[in-house]
Design a protein around this ligand. Structure first.
Ligand SMILES: CC(C)(COP(=O)(O)OP(=O)(O)OC[C@H]1O[C@@H](n2cnc3c(N)ncnc32)[C@H](O)[C@@H]1OP(=O)(O)O)[C@@H](O)C(=O)NCCC(=O)NCCS
Length: 163
């Protein structure tokens, strides 16, 4: 598989919306730390292109001196797509002189927790029942994961960057 990563362009918008809707039920993402709902399809990001097809998407936002990953989706798992997408945003953060990259995931997402910690992210906070509260803003958030784990809490992770 040939894998390249490039910035999202305006011409990708239909595919970006399709990927976000397929994974997250829409393009709106609740950023509880900011107390806001964000349209992830309008954020900067990168796509992974595998054998000529878009096979992954990462979006990020810059705020208050930090770069936060908002969404990450590998359409083929375990093929290095997630890692390649993280590498691209880490490079953006480094170029801007950011001290760290941050992200939030949910308590049920054991695959993502494994992936982020193997990459070098460290857990820095637990926001108990943050997802429960986020359902007031986005009622479509499922109650249970595919594994049957109640989706309730947010976990905050950070990756320190070399200056
Ligand atoms: C979490 C997620 C982004 C990880 O992406 P991914 O592309 O599967 O991750 P990678 O392939 O880069 O890494 C996962 C494993 O594949 C391995 N891998 C990397 N390149 C590989 C390759 N070329 N061939 C085979 N395996 C490979 C990695 O080594 C890693 O395994 P390890 O941890 O045992 O070393 C992905 O599972 C996903 O999209 N999940 C659904 C959406 C989601 O939950 N997003 C996170 C929300 S917070």
């Amino acid at each position: 598989m040939s894998l390249t990563v490039r910035p999202v362009t305006p011409g990708d918008v239909d595919r970006v919306v399709e990927i976000l809707t397929g994974s997250w039920g829409g393009t709106q993402v609740v950023m509880l730390a900011w107390g806001e709902v964000v349209d992830a399809s309008a954020l900067p990001g990168f796509v992974a292109v595998a054998d000529g097809e878009i096979a992954g998407l990462i979006t990020y936002a810059e705020r208050a001196g930090a770069v936060e990953i908002v969404t990450i989706d590998a359409l083929v798992q375990g093929a290095g797509i997630g890692r390649a997408l993280l590498d691209a945003v880490r490079e953006v953060a480094r170029e801007r002189g950011m001290p760290r990259l941050t992200l939030i995931t949910t308590n049920d997402n054991t695959r993502a927790l494994r992936f982020y910690q193997r990459y070098g992210f460290d857990l820095v906070a637990l926001h108990r029942d943050a997802v429960t509260r986020a359902r007031d803003l986005k009622p479509g958030i499922p109650l249970l994961s595919e594994d049957g784990i109640p989706i309730r809490h947010e976990l905050e992770l950070e990756l320190p960057l070399d200056s």
